[in-house]
Unconditional design. Structure first.
Lengths: 243, 193
């Protein structure tokens, strides 16, 4: 991995969130903003959000091994990925939409722009969604994705990962992230994962193997909790608004 | 209070389209026939630091209804709730970087107990190469309330114009044009929220 410039512009906690410019990940170079982000007071517009209203989904949506609609089953190591969505005070985030997408067991995405010679699986779309329950718990059945080669630098491979999109209770909790698997030697070589500034924050993105989630003669279990920013803000008082 | 460490953001990458923009997941049209309010169309392009189109971005919007009420339990204001209007939109970008929404012009929502905000739409932008999504607001250039908007006052004066959607010359539909410029001379003012 080429170590080059790491930008100063970060949205949110600098110990947690990646900078927009991280040159080792080449696509950031012409897409990262270069002017300071504007600090603004939080208002009703930020403390509300669509998260509690979009969840029109079916049970099959959470089973990526069968949701291709072919009647066949995806090939690969069957896994259960489950966990809770929590806010930063530890409160469960119930009834919120999670959308996921991933490569197949061979590391190939079903996408017109993914043309590397990994085999496609006709029974695997690589996308799913579910809603958290009252306790903030989600659960997907899928197959373990393979590592994915990309053109960022010579011999570049992304570690196995599952993309997650989460809404949560407000605009502050909106999050798109990636879940990684434990004990993957590609972590240390991956500029996208390493753009996360601290070891602690990177660890937060790695699921844990959990034998209590594993089901006999069926599927291996992984547990991964997602922590999003809660809808908390001191009401902005007009007296403090000196501008 | 002991705070839990937040989960970090990671890029949406190049392959989100089949999942996030599937037919029942994208929402270019926010209105139903019965939705009250002035119909508007929002159009624009997402451009990178070279002025080149970003053809693999996703733009999401969140807004109040035409009366100025969010469809969310945290909004307990007096404005009428409209069950036909969620206020959430999601659009991909085309090869030329363009995105669009059909919606209603939002009414003003509260800033604090005394003041209203100028009508605005919350905008978030995701794409390959964005390690964290970008957050900004769309305001309407022909809205007199902009001059008093408390949030706009935080945006340096020379950057405010980047948040003003331009009203297109009158046609069959009212169109507001709002380009999102990720980097460069006319870079959109993005928010740290």
């Amino acid at each position: 991995m080429n170590h080059t410039t790491i930008g100063e512009i970060v949205r949110g906690d600098r110990e947690v969130f990646p900078p927009y410019l991280y040159e080792a990940y080449q696509s950031t170079r012409r897409r990262a903003p270069t002017l300071p982000l504007i600090d603004v007071p939080l208002t009703l517009s930020e403390l509300t959000g669509p998260g509690c209203a979009i969840s029109a989904i079916t049970e099959e949506d959470a089973d990526l091994t069968r949701n291709a609609g072919t009647g066949g089953e995806a090939i690969g190591q069957r896994i259960i990925v489950t966990g809770r969505v929590l806010d930063d005070r530890g409160a469960a985030v119930p009834n919120t939409l999670l959308e996921i997408w991933q490569a197949n067991a061979a590391g190939r995405y079903l996408h017109k722009r993914d043309q590397w010679p990994g085999p496609l699986d006709p029974n695997f779309l690589g996308m799913g969604r579910c809603s958290t329950n009252e306790d903030g718990v989600y659960r997907f059945l899928t197959i373990r994705p393979g590592a994915y080669p990309w053109k960022n630098h010579p011999n570049a491979w992304r570690p196995a990962h599952i993309h997650f999109s989460v809404f949560g209770p407000s605009m502050l909790s909106r999050l798109v992230t990636q879940m990684y698997f434990p004990d993957d030697q590609l972590h240390q070589l991956d500029p996208i994962m390493n753009a996360v500034p601290t070891k602690q924050a990177r660890k937060r993105l790695i699921a844990a193997y959990d034998h209590s989630v594993t089901e006999p003669e069926w599927a291996l279990g992984y547990r991964w909790d997602i922590v999003v920013r809660g809808p908390y803000a001191t009401p902005f008082e007009s007296k403090e608004d000196g501008r | 209070m002991n705070k839990l460490l937040l989960s970090s953001a990671q890029t949406v990458g190049p392959f989100f389209e089949p999942a996030l923009l599937r037919e029942d997941a994208r929402r270019n049209v926010l209105t139903r026939p019965e939705t009250p309010g002035e119909r508007i169309r929002i159009e624009g392009r997402v451009l990178d630091g070279d002025g080149a189109a970003v053809p693999d971005a996703m733009v999401e919007i969140w807004q109040a209804n035409a009366h100025g009420r969010y469809n969310h339990p945290a909004d307990q204001g007096p404005a009428t709730l409209d069950p036909s209007f969620l206020g959430f939109g999601r659009s991909g970008t085309d090869p030329d970087g363009s995105y669009w929404f059909e919606t209603v012009k939002p009414g003003p929502v509260a800033f604090d107990t005394e003041r209203l905000q100028a009508p605005h739409i919350c905008v978030t932008v995701f794409s390959r190469g964005l390690l964290n999504h970008l957050v900004t607001r769309l305001y309407f250039e022909d809205e007199p309330a902009n001059a008093l908007d408390a949030v706009l006052q935080y945006v340096p004066e020379d950057r405010r114009a980047t948040l003003l959607a331009r009203r297109e010359p009158a046609g069959a539909v009212v169109v507001y044009h709002f380009d999102i410029i990720l980097q460069g001379a006319n870079e959109t003012a993005f928010f740290n929220v």
